[in-house]
Design a protein around this ligand. Sequence first.
Ligand SMILES: [Zn+2]
Length: 339
Amino acid sequence: MSERYSRQTLFPPIGKGGQEKIRSKHVLMIGAGALGSGNAELLVRAGIGRLTIVDRDYVEASNLQRQQLYTEEDVAEKLPKAAAAEKRLKAINSEVAITAMIADATPEKLAELIDGVDLIIDATDNFETRMAINDISQKFRIPWIYGACVGSFGMSFSIIPGKTPCLNCLLKTVPLQGMTCDTGGIIGPAVQMVIAHQGAEALKILVEDWDAVRTSFVSFDLWRNQYTSMKMSKAKDPGCLSCGEHPEYPYLDVENMTKTTVLCGRDTVQIRPPKQQQLNLQDTAEKMKDLGYQVKGNPYLVSVEMDDNRMVIFEDGRALIHGTKDLAQARSIYQRFFG
Ligand SMILES: [Zn+2]
């Protein structure tokens, strides 16, 4: 495989030394949707040493338009994205150590996974998780790369603890909360553009070319032909609760985390039990069948058909209730089975 990375090592800012650095690094990818698929594929092809990829969802037909790791077969099997991504990524590069986790990236989960990580890539679709990534990054002094897209619009920013402002600082300047839901649809090129920005920054950070790392906040609209780059050096807030002089890491406070969440742009509510569990999925499936429900499943999840809803249950005790955005209704469906 000596030729495998030749085009990358020929690129002077990387070279053979840079390639060895890439090989020695561990990236934590939060999310395996559109941004996670593309970023993971790019890093695995580039020869990253270790990749941990975390995702809470499974593959659906509407993902295929832009989530480049997945196939119709994954949809038919309802494979969790983390499991489907792992399979595909291992086929692309068997030299990379890949760990896939079917889980919600809660602050506890992030803290559990952070050991030995050199870089975190944000490939989530929600504000709550991004703020938790931001606090974990500051607390453990690990860089992370923010990325988001909706419609034909996208943006990215690299956050280096001790150097750049953090996402919590930026909230005072940039209205980021609105960028969390894909209710306005999305086109593949917008995803690819964010991946290109996040991926290039990742390579710079992995080869430790710190001077090359982008310090501005980049945003673009591919449909309206707009591209902007905002300087952010003045955005750093000394009183910031995440990166300031007396940090409190407010988003790692688990009590702040909602247990019931409407999933981004979908008729789906996620319910997460207060404590992580280890469900026996086979027993769960049997129980549902005994109650007269039509049940489907695979080694990772159980899917239960109801009159107007569908409930998908994962091993960690989480459930996705499809067909509703009503939190109370979703909770009552869940409680019918899990108390
Ligand atoms: Zn800050």
